[in-house]
Design a protein around this ligand. Structure first.
Ligand SMILES: Cc1ncc(C[n+]2csc(CCOP(=O)(O)OP(=O)(O)O)c2C)c(N)n1
Ligand SMILES: [Mg+2]
Length: 320
């Protein structure tokens, strides 16, 4: 068995969230500067990504959705190669052929980004079954949204994983919105986690904007899945601070709602806690943010300087 990852410190968690925020800031800047591929950013949801992924082990595998940059970066993806992929460059993780919506990174165990809402849910039991049959010790983490939870495939996936005792940690990022529709228009209650009970599955809802709470809950949930080889549903209660995708548009959202959630920004909250406890000063945090933004400039330069794939590679790595 691989050794567990060391438990990250508060400043480590902050740095990981700042890295995701800085990456998304780059995406926003590119999108505002001119024609750029549509990208779904995860600004405001960094604590969910960092808290869950920090609880995983190297042998674990991840299935994710269209809002995946945070999951990939928290898992250690190189921002330059990720940006290159978004821009269709040959240095991208999938040689520029996947873009943001299908990126997978085998060496990090991120085996799928699904742009089909719920696609990740449809594959989770199968991946977990194959790994179990091959004798692996890892667990499968499946990130999905509250919108995906309203699809039939959510119920099929949970049912199958429960009936077959499959080691899947389902992580619902309930960010209140489903593209341009508020979840109140599509869900009976506020929360997804109670639905797990119908499948005899344990579940938890956690404050998804408090990274330390997410880490604690995810560590508990992942340990339970690892030990029992049974699925678990973790719901992170969070908020998508920007529009569904870039270019940004939130004209359909009440500004008071956005403002209230920005008050609960996960980076600001952890920063305040670390300053209050004396672990970091505001100056430390400003310096860290500047350093990370500098690294993101370098990543963007790398992506921009990278070539597009040669036309002769059009059918390479494509399976029929
Ligand atoms: C099967 C399918 N239906 C519709 C869409 C269009 N679509 C893309 S993202 C999205 C909303 C998904 O909401 P949620 O699952 O809550 O994820 P979030 O975008 O909030 O992260 C929709 C409807 C799609 N990609 N796939
Ligand atoms: Mg959503």
């Amino acid at each position: 068995m691989h050794p567990p990852r060391p438990v990250p410190s508060g400043p480590d968690l902050l740095a990981a969230m700042l890295r995701i925020r800085a990456y998304e800031e780059k995406i926003v800047a590119f999108s505002e500067a001119g024609p750029f591929p549509h990208v779904c950013t995860s600004v405001g949801q960094e604590a969910a990504a960092v808290g869950v992924v920090s609880a995983l082990r190297p042998e674990d595998e991840i299935l994710t959705n269209h809002r995946s940059a945070g999951h990939l970066l928290a898992r250690g993806a190189d921002p330059g190669r990720l940006l290159a992929e978004v821009m269709g460059r040959s240095t991208g993780y999938c040689k520029g052929k996947s873009g943001t919506l299908h990126v997978s990174v085998k060496e990090l165990g991120v085996i799928l980004t699904s742009t089909i809402v719920g696609g990740e849910l449809s594959l989770a039991p199968g991946v977990a079954l194959s790994r179990t049959m091959l004798g692996g010790e890892g667990i499968v983490v499946c990130f999905f949204g509250d919108g995906a939870a309203c699809e039939g495939i959510f119920h099929e996936s949970l049912n199958l994983a429960a009936v077959w005792n499959l080691p899947v940690l389902y992580v619902c990022e309930n960010n209140q919105w489903q593209a341009f529709v508020h979840r109140k228009e599509t869900m009976v209650g506020d929360h997804v986690s109670p639905w797990a009970a119908a499948y005899g599955m344990d579940s938890l809802t956690v404050d998804g904007n408090d990274v330390e709470s997410v880490l604690k809950a995810a560590t508990h949930a992942a340990a339970q899945v690892r030990e029992t080889r049974k699925p678990f549903l973790l719901e992170a209660w969070t908020y998508r601070q920007r529009g569904h995708m870039e270019p940004h548009d939130q004209s359909y959202v009440d500004p008071a709602e956005i403002a209230a959630w920005k008050e609960k920004d996960p980076i600001d909250r952890l920063s305040a806690r670390l300053i209050a406890s004396g672990e970091l000063t505001q100056g430390d945090i400003d310096a860290l943010r500047a350093e990370i933004r500098g690294a993101m400039d370098t990543a963007a330069d790398f992506a921009l300087a990278s070539p597009f794939p040669d036309p002769s590679e059009l059918t390479a790595d494509v399976y029929a």
